[in-house]
Design a protein around this ligand. Structure first.
Ligand code: PGA
Length: 248
């Protein structure tokens, strides 16, 4: 059975004090959960929050990593540094990094490989713009993002991959995909995985929805057969909202 996962992407928000407070509120409000719960704070808070989350149900992710493991890359953070901290996950290919930092599928292959080589699990993001959806290329585009970014991996390594479908028109906009739109794309992604890796791998891969997911719509989204949880941005910055999404 694939895992149900809710991950909070804090993006470039919170100082260390705020991050610790948010983290401890999430831990105390969460109690026990049958879902895997992940938070992705800023790099600079990770070492502190590793100590903070020890023994709790909350796992930690980084929001990105560099494709090389070390070297002359001023300002960058490597997967080996993240793995040394004991992190579980790294988010790769978030639309904000694809758009603002020019990350493409070819670069993401290197980042995925770097992360996997260090024992990290990857939340691999894909998603289309509104124009792409309107012009009807969205299914092909998502197929390509998955094929080009992940299909170099063997079937066994796919158990380290979580896919997050995040339509760009829904990320941070307050516009959410309908549960039917989410289900339709998630089923498509699972079919793409089935065609490449077979039913076992496809059925065991968690596919998360992201994009203006909030407490009032999480229940309906997560009830869809192929939606295995969410990658939450804005609403993950509030402990009450985040935990009610987890419980949805
Ligand atoms: P949002 O962001 O929930 O604020 O739309 C989602 C994401 O960027 O992962």
């Amino acid at each position: 059975m694939r895992k149900q996962i809710v991950a909070g992407n804090w993006k470039m928000n919170n100082n260390l004090q705020e991050a610790k407070e948010l983290c401890s509120s999430i831990i105390s409000q969460l109690g026990v959960s049958d879902k895997e719960v992940i938070i992705a704070p800023s790099y600079v808070h990770l070492a502190s929050l590793v100590e903070f989350t020890k023994g709790s149900a909350v796992m930690l992710a980084a929001q990105n990593c560099h494709q090389e493991l070390s070297g002359a890359y001023t300002g960058e953070i490597s997967a080996s540094m993240l793995a040394y901290l004991g992190l579980d996950y790294v988010i790769l290919g978030h639309s904000e990094r694809r758009v603002h930092n020019g990350e493409d599928n070819a670069l993401l292959v290197k980042k995925v490989n770097a992360a996997i080589s260090q024992g990290l699990k990857v939340i691999y993001c894909c998603g289309e713009t509104l124009e792409q959806r309107k012009s009807g290329v969205h299914f092909d585009l998502i197929t390509n993002q998955i094929m080009e970014g992940l299909f170099h991996l063997d079937a066994e390594t796919m158990n380290r991959i979580v896919i997050a479908y995040e339509p760009l028109w829904a990320v941070g906009t307050g516009v959410t995909a309908t549960s039917a739109q989410a289900q339709e794309m998630h089923a498509h992604i699972r079919k793409v995985l089935t065609d490449k890796y077979g039913a076992d791998v496809a059925q065991n891969t968690s596919i998360l929805y992201g994009g203006s997911c909030v407490p009032s719509n999480a229940g309906e989204l997560f009830a869809q057969t192929d939606v295995d949880g969410g990658l939450i941005g804005g609403a993950s910055l509030n402990a009450e909202d985040f935990t009610s999404i987890i419980k949805a």
